[in-house]
Design a protein around this ligand. Structure first.
Ligand SMILES: Nc1nc2c(ncn2[C@@H]2O[C@H](COP(=O)(O)OP(=O)(O)OP(=O)(O)O)[C@@H](O)[C@H]2O)c(=O)[nH]1
Ligand SMILES: [Mg+2]
Length: 302
């Protein structure tokens, strides 16, 4: 490298925290594109999702993780939590995110305990500040200062972008001279089948109630280009655990599956910039959230 040139900086940064605090929203906003799905319900993210931020002379590889919680005990949930914890071990910096509306969440204490074990540099993000009074922030910052030797405490709104410039500056301080791990046009390491399955799963979360979204997995069977019609043909299976869940997903005369399919198709057309034909099938796979081989087949790290 030329002596006068500044060295390229890079690093891996995990976004961790309780579920539903806004981790995936932050990643999408920083990258200005969707790599991780977002819903108003907890436990949306199930896998580790990489998002690559390309700056001038630097690269940040963000790792979005499943929200940490201790109240559901299926193998799928255990797998999700293991995925989040192992992300802590592998990164250069941790972004611990809390919800400004719920700063005393006991789940945060448990995560901080784990962080003490690995002794990684960490920044505390107080998210959703658009929903609280400014005067409530100071006591929160005061309280958290003593819980961990945070490198910085940054109040943000992942949704409207407040505080994100400052956050990027703080993160940059922790990058080290290193390689450009991913090429400049790459925003995520996930194959397109994963994003397609996730977008379908996001719509299931939006449209269905109670336990249904947590019992669903999506497996994309094929993605084909039809050059003649300039469109993409996608076929996917939605797995549920019982026949009654299958009935709910299909809905009266197919009304629910139609809504899910239409919303997913519209978003996929936006993502790919092409017309999409989307075929969805619903299959019952008993107890897949508890079965290691079914979990692995559906892309989880059991
Ligand atoms: N008002 C407001 N809402 C937010 C903000 N950030 C996220 N949200 C909302 O919070 C909800 C959860 O956001 P997600 O990004 O899915 O949260 P997550 O931490 O990734 O959740 P899990 O993957 O389920 O652990 C969604 O409805 C978001 O729109 C914010 O800064 N302000
Ligand atoms: Mg998420």
């Amino acid at each position: 490298m030329n002596q006068n040139q500044e060295e390229f900086l890079s690093g891996f940064v995990a976004i961790i925290g309780p579920t539903n605090v806004g981790k995936s929203t932050l990643l999408n906003n920083l990258l200005r594109t969707k790599v991780s799905i977002v819903t108003p319900k907890p436990q949306t993210t199930r896998n580790r999702v990489l998002g690559i931020y390309h700056g001038d002379g630097f690269q940040i590889i963000f790792v979005d993780t499943p929200g940490i919680h201790s109240y559901v005990k299926t193998l799928l949930n255990k797998t999700m939590i293991d995925t989040a914890i192992s992300a802590i071990k592998d990164v250069d910096l941790i972004l611990l995110m809390i919800d400004a509306q719920n700063p005393d969440d006991p789940e945060v204490e448990k995560i901080i305990e784990k962080m003490h074990k690995f002794k990684k540099p960490a920044i505390l993000l107080i998210n959703k500040i658009d929903l609280i009074r400014k005067t409530d922030l100071l006591p929160m910052i005061d309280e958290y200062k003593d819980k961990y030797p945070f490198e910085a405490i940054v109040p943000i709104s992942a949704l409207n972008g407040d505080g994100l410039d400052l956050l990027l500056k703080e993160i940059k301080k922790h990058l080290k001279p290193g390689p450009m791990y991913y090429p400049e046009d790459m925003k995520t390491d996930q194959p397109k089948e994963f994003l397609i399955a996730e977008i379908i799963r996001e719509k299931i979360f939006f449209f269905t109630k109670q336990e249904i979204p947590y019992s669903c997995a999506v497996d994309v069977e094929f993605v084909q280009k039809d050059p003649e019609k300039d469109m993409i043909i996608i076929s996917a299976k939605i797995y549920v655990e019982t026949n009654s869940q299958k009935k709910i997903i299909i809905g009266q005369s197919g009304s629910m599956i139609k809504k899910i399919g239409q919303a997913a198709r519209e978003e996929l057309e936006f993502v790919f910039g092409k017309k999409v034909y989307l075929d969805l099938f619903v299959r019952v796979q008993k107890n897949w959230t508890k079965d290691p081989s079914a979990l692995r087949r559906l892309g989880y790290r059991a």
